[in-house]
Design a protein around this ligand. Structure first.
Ligand code: GLU
Length: 483
C-alpha cells in the first residue's frame, strides 16, 4: 500500500487535514505500507513557506512521520504539462479559446434557465486544423479534458459504490491559459507517478474523484482505490469553523494538549476500534485501525471529549515522560528554572504526581503548580470572597496559624492534623473553617490537593512566608505583629 497526505500550504494544519493525515498514516503503518508527503504548492499566490513549515512541524509534533517526501508539486510542473500534451495528442483533451466573458455568458444563461452549469463544449467542436491554426497564431487558450459520454463509478472505500454521470461533469480545464496545471491534473499525475494505491481524503473531494479517474483511464492507467471520509462538524452540527474555537494543530499544542491525545481523538472522528476502548496510544491505534470501521456518518468534533482524552493520556505517562512534557511549560511561564527543577528533582516529580489527577491539559500544571514555587501568588477573587469573607477575622486566624505552624519542625500529617484540630476546637469553629482560609493563603485558590499534601509539598519556609504574605494582604500592608 502506498498512501499519501497532500496538503496545500496555504495555512496552518487544520484539524480536518490532520485527521486525513492520521487516517493515511495509520493505514500505512498498519499494513507496512509507505506514507508519502506531498506539498501541493502549485497555487503560487496562496502558498507560503511559513505555511509549509507550520504543516511539517505539526505533522512532526503529532508523530506522523513520512517515508517519502516531502515532494513539491510546484517542482513537477513540466511533467504535468507533458501529461496534458499526452492527453491532447491522444484526443482526450483540446484547446479552448473561449474568453472569460464568453464563459460568464454561458454561466449566466445556465443560471437563468436554472440549469447546473457545465461548459458547452463549443471549442471541442472546432476542426483540428482550425484549432491548430489558432494555437500557432498564439491565441490564448486553456486545455480542457474531453469528458466521454457515460458514467464514472468507483467502489469507494467508505461510501461503497459511488458514481457521477459524465454529462454533469462537463469538459474541465487541466491547464490554465498561462500553462499552469489545475489541481485535478497535477494531483492525478503525481498520484500516478508516486504509485499511490489508496487515496483517502475528505468528502469535499468526492466531486474531483470522477475527473481524476477519467484522467487515469485516458492515460491508460489503473486508478487507485478512493475513500472519502466525512467532514468534521462542531457539536452544534454545523460545519467546523473558527466559531467552534481552536482549529489548528498548532493551537491545540499551545493550549496544552499532548500529541498522542490529539491523534487518538482525530482517529476516532469517523472511525472506531469496534470495541469499547476509547483511549488508544499510537501502537494500539495502529493495531486496531482499518478501513472496515470508517463510517460515512459525519464526525462531531467535541472539545470536551478531547480534553477528557488528554487527561487519560496524561495518566498513562511515566513520571519521567510527564516531567519532560510539563517542564517546558513551567520554564516558559517563568515559574521555575531548569536548574531549580534539576536540583529538586524528587520533590518536583512528587509535585507532578499530586497534580496529575487534577490536570487535563499541560497548561493546568502551570496554574495548579504555581503556588508550590517561591514566587509570590495572587488570590482568586472567588476564593477570597468565599473563605476570607471578613478580612480581619481571616487575618486573626492566619496569625494564630502562623504561630502554630512555626512551632512545628515539619508538617508530618498526623501531628499537623492534631494541631489544627486542637486549634479549631479551642476557637469553637469547624475544622474546615481552619483549612479553607489556610488553603487560600497558601495557594490563592478555592480548591487544591489535600491541605496536608500542600503543606508538605510547600515546606515550612514557604508555608510561613505565604501566611505572612496573606496577612500583609488582608491587613493592608502590615507585617509588624507576625512573629
Ligand atoms: N491539496 C489538496 C487539499 O489540500 C489535497 C487533495 C487530495 O488529497 O487529493 O485539499
Amino acid at each position: 500500500m502506498r498512501l499519501r497526505f497532500a496538503p496545500s500550504p496555504t495555512g496552518t494544519l487544520h484539524v480536518g487535514g490532520a485527521r486525513t493525515a492520521v487516517f493515511n498514516w495509520l493505514l500505512a503503518r498498519k499494513h507496512g505500507g509507505t506514507f508519502v508527503l506531498r506539498i501541493e504548492d502549485t497555487d503560487r499566490e496562496r502558498s507560503t513557506d511559513e505555511s509549509r513549515d507550520a504543516i511539517l512541524n505539526s505533522l512532526t509534533w503529532l508523530g506522523l512521520d513520512w517515508d517519502e517526501g516531502p515532494y513539491f508539486q510546484s517542482q513537477r510542473v513540466d511533467r504535468h504539462k507533458d501529461a496534458a500534451r499526452e492527453l491532447h495528442a491522444g484526443g482526450h483533451a483540446y484547446a479552448c479559446f473561449c474568453t472569460a466573458d464568453e464563459l460568464a455568458a454561458e454561466r449566466s444563461e445556465a443560471q437563468a434557465q436554472k440549469r447546473n452549469y457545465v461548459y458547452s463544449g463549443r471549442c471541442r467542436r472546432l476542426s483540428r486544423d482550425e484549432s491548430r491554426g489558432r494555437q500557432e497564431a498564439g491565441e490564448p487558450h486553456t486545455i480542457r479534458f474531453a469528458v466521454p459520454p457515460g458514467r464514472t463509478e468507483w467502489d469507494d472505500l467508505v461510501h461503497a459504490r459511488t458514481g457521477f454521470d459524465n454529462e454533469g461533469i462537463g469538459d474541465f480545464i487541466v491547464l490554465r491559459s498561462d500553462g499552469g496545471p489545475i489541481y485535478n491534473l497535477a494531483a492525478t499525475i503525481d498520484d500516478l507517478d508516486m504509485r499511490i494505491t489508496h487515496v483517502v481524503r475528505g468528502d469535499d473531494h468526492i466531486s474531483n474523484t470522477p475527473r481524476q479517474i477519467l484522467i487515469y483511464r485516458a492515460l491508460g492507467a489503473e486508478p487507485p482505490r478512493f475513500g472519502h471520509v466525512p467532514l468534521l462538524f462542531g457539536s452544534d452540527r454545523q460545519k467546523l469553523s473558527k466559531r467552534h474555537g481552536a482549529q489548528s494543530v498548532e493551537e491545540f499544542r499551545a493550549l496544552g494538549y499532548l500529541p498522542q491525545a490529539l491523534v487518538n481523538f482525530l482517529a476516532l472522528l469517523g472511525w472506531s476500534p469496534g470495541d469499547d476502548r476509547e483511549v488508544l496510544g499510537l501502537p494500539e491505534l495502529i493495531a486496531a485501525f482499518g478501513l472496515e470501521r470508517i463510517t460515512g456518518k459525519s464526525a462531531i468534533f467535541e472539545t470536551g471529549k478531547l480534553e477528557w482524552l488528554n487527561g487519560q493520556h496524561l495518566a498513562r505517562l511515566t513520571a519521567e515522560e510527564l516531567a519532560r512534557a510539563v517542564t517546558p511549560w513551567l520554564l516558559a511561564a517563568g515559574i521555575a528554572t531548569e536548574e531549580y527543577l534539576r536540583e529538586h528533582r524528587e520533590w518536583y516529580w512528587n509535585l507532578l504526581e499530586v497534580l496529575r489527577p487534577r490536570a487535563r491539559l499541560l497548561s493546568d500544571f502551570v496554574t495548579l503548580g504555581r503556588p508550590y514555587f517561591p514566587a509570590r501568588i495572587s488570590y482568586q477573587p472567588e476564593a477570597v470572597s468565599k473563605f476570607w469573607p471578613d478580612p480581619s477575622e481571616a487575618g486573626r486566624l492566619l496569625r494564630e496559624l502562623h504561630v502554630t505552624l512555626a512551632s512545628m519542625a515539619d508538617f508530618e500529617k498526623i501531628a499537623t492534623e492534631a494541631r489544627l484540630r486542637a486549634m479549631a476546637e479551642e476557637r469553637g469553629i469547624a475544622f474546615s473553617d481552619v483549612v479553607h482560609p489556610l488553603r487560600v493563603a497558601l495557594t490563592g485558590m478555592r480548591v487544591s490537593p489535600g491541605i496536608f499534601e500542600v503543606l508538605q509539598l510547600m515546606g515550612r519556609e514557604l508555608v510561613l512566608q505565604r501566611i505572612e504574605d496573606a496577612i500583609w494582604h488582608l491587613e493592608g500592608g502590615s507585617l509588624s505583629a507576625v512573629s
